[in-house]
Design a protein around this ligand. Sequence first.
Ligand code: MTE
Ligand code: MO
Length: 208
Amino acid sequence: MLKKLGRLTKINQVNGQSDEGRDVPPGQFVTDKFPVLSYGPTPKIDLNEWRFRVFGLVDGEVTLDWKQFKDLPQTTLDAEFHCVTQWSNLHNTWGGVLFTDVLKLVQPRPEARFVMLHCYGGYTTNLPLEIVTDNDVLFARTHDGKALEPEHGAPLRFIVPKRYAWKSAKWVNGLEFMAEDRPGFWEVRGYHNDGDPWKEQRFWDSLT
Ligand SMILES: Nc1nc2c(c(=O)[nH]1)N[C@H]1C(S)=C(S)[C@@H](COP(=O)(O)O)O[C@H]1N2
Ligand SMILES: [Mo]
């Protein structure tokens, strides 16, 4: 698997420093490639039909079309990307809308403490509200200055740099607010609920 990724830099596990000036989580290799990892086919999405629904434990539930989404404040962010299959791409420029700017569209109820990301194709992933309200979490439309490729999640994907990349849902179409945590697609199938790469939380049976 790793052999397919092209130029890989073995990381010094002692100090975790890469030659690209950013720390590397334990057990990860650095690549400048951007492999595609999808369960199932890339969904065909017509921008005219595209909708993004913010729902669950919120007042003022909204559904946005593509024009409405593009009219939200746009932010650019440089972030790392860590896949649980052990590759890390340390520098990615994502353009899109901060989670906190989407949050302003609704009023979450006080009991809402978790979110579920929903996607075209049926994929889901769960996260605590406390994590996604960090200022490095966004819904991305562009990668390194270009519109996202379909296989990388076009027209819109989620980006959570501080978690393994399965939490960075592609082809998002919904954001659900929940009182209780509920495992998403990979979390049901053995991936760790939290997925913090710095703690190497890869699977449920991880020691940490
Ligand atoms: N909808 C959806 N999002 C997804 C996935 C998926 O299969 N479906 N795979 C996840 C996994 S396991 C990883 S590592 C990243 C990979 O993103 P990339 O294909 O753009 O590199 O997307 C995540 N988001
Ligand atoms: Mo992954």
